[in-house]
Design a protein around this ligand. Structure first.
Ligand code: PLP
Length: 280
């Protein structure tokens, strides 16, 4: 999230009376957004901040682990199978606010409370509960939680391995017509993704050709992500191509290379050789 662009949008929204209630910075690829500056804007314009740290578990911002909520009300994580740690499916919300914690716990289980203080009227007895709002079934099973807590004991090791792989990629690619994943000095990325951007002006191939040539060599590259405002649901809401030019430029250039903590040297050398061959 570009804080400069966010600030411009907020100035405009302030004039139009459309300042959002919530801003959700996404710590894309594992690198934290500039949370201190976003926090300042939240105070100036009066919105809440929820961090999307689906890519960033194990990462740090200003020497503090992501999820500490120093600059936000809540931080959310995803434990989908492709993520740094997984519980099969599911996720986690962290907050320092007692009121939000209690509300989240209630919403997780159908909006039900067993706290007599929150009930309307008298409790009928020890079995009694009340549904005081409409919630969800978002309970994680014990089996999933066991899987997750076990991986959490190894999170630093996983992140360290990712950093080592990233250093090798950065070194191998520094002479190629690519933009490497730039890192803000205040951040320590979890490196969920390693995304390169092609310098298309210096390459005689298209984005699609590079992508396909890598796939043909058996390198499972990917594209994270298609700008969300170009999806039919958001187009029906009135968003158009051109609304977010930086995201669209990114989409025309980005390719995600394989990166996982158990990646071997031989596997990585194969990726490096293929990328070099395709781009040189
Ligand atoms: C940045 C980001 N936010 C949110 C999500 C959604 O996570 P989940 O599918 O676990 O709800 C994802 C999943 O891919 C993601 O990458």
């Amino acid at each position: 999230m570009s804080v400069g662009e966010l600030e411009k949008k907020l100035e405009l929204a302030h004039v139009k009376g459309t300042v959002p209630k919530v801003v959700i910075p996404v710590h894309f690829s594992g690198q934290s957004c500039e949370m201190d500056r976003i926090f300042e804007l939240s105070k100036e314009y009066g919105f809440a901040v929820i961090e999307d740290a689906s890519h960033a578990i194990g990462g740090k911002y200003l020497e503090t682990p992501i999820g500490g909520c120093r600059f936000s009300e809540m931080t959310v994580f995803s434990f989908h199978p492709v993520k740094i740690i997984t519980t099969g499916e599911g996720g986690m919300v962290l907050t320092n606010r007692q009121d939000l914690y209690e509300r989240l716990v209630r919403l997780r289980s159908h909006g039900i409370t067993r706290d007599p203080v929150l009930m309307e009227g008298e409790s009928h007895g020890p079995w009694y509960y009340q549904q005081i709002e409409l919630g969800f079934n978002y309970r994680m099973t014990d089996i999933q939680a066991a899987l997750g807590t076990n991986q959490m004991t190894r999170i630093d090791e996983f992140i360290q391995q990712r950093h080592e792989i990233v250093s090798k990629y950065n070194y191998a690619f520094k002479m190629l017509p690519l933009v490497l994943p730039w890192q803000h000095p205040n951040t320590h990325s979890a490196f969920h993704l390693y995304v390169i951007r092609l310098k298309l002006d210096s390459i005689s191939k298209t984005h699609l050709q590079v992508f396909e040539e890598l796939r043909k060599r058996g390198i499972i590259v990917n594209l994270h992500y298609i700008p969300v405002h170009t999806q039919p649901f958001y187009q029906r809401l009135g968003f158009k191509w051109g609304d977010f030019p930086e995201a669209e430029t990114y989409y025309r250039e980005a390719i995600t290379l394989p990166l996982f903590s158990s990646m071997t040297d031989v596997q990585q050398e194969r990726v490096i050789a293929s990328v070099t061959e395709v781009l040189q």
